[in-house]
Write a protein that binds this ligand. Structure first.
Ligand code: NDP
Length: 323
């Protein structure tokens, strides 16, 4: 009999991925993606990885027969995809299936940030409506705002569609303008920030975007400025953001992502004008199931006769199976 290929699952992963893969693969579970945890037998056997966490170059190099890494999530900054590409190893992510869900959450976070809805609810729950009267009129409003989107990709466009329906003008920054898109394009993030008062970031974490949202960007947004981040925390200089929020350089910020999750700086937690969420933008039963299916389907597709991945990341688009 032909032995089923072994797929390694380092750390925690959505249970549906495991359930799906179990039918056709021999699964190897590991506490984390630490090469020191690999036995010689695992090193020889493992041909695939399914993961929602870190897979670095050292871990990839410790597995000589590795062919594919299926990342659970569209953001694959935890995987050294460039290194995988050089080694001829396929990396896949989960685009499209989470786009609308994440855009919904981004708009919810923007409204909560500007209109202080979580704080207004806390006012009611704390009995202050009865004892002190109505919640304050908020200094923030969406009316009259100009929206800038940093990262006008799949999710950025879904956010823009929603905010366009709110009657707000949209501009954006990418490395390149999107063909056929009518929104105003700005060739630098700074120019975008200077031309808007509301910056919604949905950019990936890459070496080029590291801490790119810095003190200069907050100054450019100005005193009525609002910053919302559903992309990645690594793109933000968090110390500069704390400074901008506490000094009134900008009005408010709404964050779903942080530089060192799940550790959120206490200085941010202490700020009343920061609206904070624990990385929940795609976190519904519906969408996480769709992400789990796409991660599993990439592995099925690869090891079937098709030997093709469904959603390869750009760094590994050239990789095909070594049969
Ligand atoms: P896309 O690849 O479709 O969009 C990414 C956009 O960012 C592109 O328009 C790209 O344009 C732009 N971009 C990339 N690098 C740079 C750069 N150096 N400077 C300026 N612009 C840049 O991805 P998605 O829209 O599907 O997802 C975007 C990100 O959202 C993910 O990478 C992930 O990190 C995050 N995310 C967060 C979630 C959450 O739970 N909070 C859930 C899902 C995603 P160009 O190539 O022209 O520069």
């Amino acid at each position: 009999a032909i032995e089923a290929p072994s797929v390694l699952i380092p750390g925690l992963l959505h249970p549906r991925v495991t359930e799906r893969l179990r039918s056709a693969f021999s699964l190897v579970h590991l506490a984390s993606s630490d090469p020191a945890l690999l036995t010689e037998e695992m090193k020889a056997r493992v041909r695939g990885i399914a993961s929602a966490g870190q897979v670095d170059a050292a871990f990839i190099d410790a597995l000589p027969n590795l062919e594919i890494i299926a990342n659970f999530g569209v953001g694959y900054d935890g995987v050294d995809a460039r290194h995988a590409g050089l080694r001829g190893i396929m990396v896949t992510n989960t685009p499209d299936v989470l786009t609308e869900e994440v855009a919904d959450a981004a708009v919810g976070l923007l409204i909560n940030t500007v209109r202080e809805l979580p704080r207004a609810e806390a006012w009611l729950r704390d009995g202050r409506w009865v004892s002190e009267g109505g919640y304050r009129l908020t200094p923030g409003t969406l009316r009259g705002r100009r929206i800038g989107i940093f990262g006008m990709g799949r999710i950025g466009r879904a956010i823009a569609r929603r905010l366009e329906a709110f009657g707000l003008p949209i501009a954006y920054h990418n490395r390149r303008p999107v063909e056929g898109l009518a929104y105003a394009y700005h060739p630098t993030l700074k120019e975008l920030a200077l031309s808007v008062d509301t910056l919604v970031s949905v950019a990936p974490a890459t070496p080029q975007t590291a801490k790119i949202v810095d003190a200069g960007i907050f100054e450019a947004l100005g005193a009525n400025g609002v910053f919302v981040n559903v992309g990645r925390g690594a793109t933000v200089d968090e110390a500069a953001l704390v400074d901008a929020l506490s000094k009134g350089t900008i009005l408010a910020a709404g964050l779903d992502v942080f530089a060192d999750e799940p550790n959120v700086p206490q200085a941010l937690i202490d700020l009343p004008n920061a609206t904070l969420l624990p990385h929940v933008a795609s976190a519904t039963v519906h969408t996480r199931k769709a992400m789990a299916d796409l991660a599993a389907d990439n592995i099925f597709s690869w090891f079937s006769h098709a030997r093709r991945a469904l959603t390869p990341v750009p760094e590994t688009g050239h990789v095909t199976a070594r049969i």
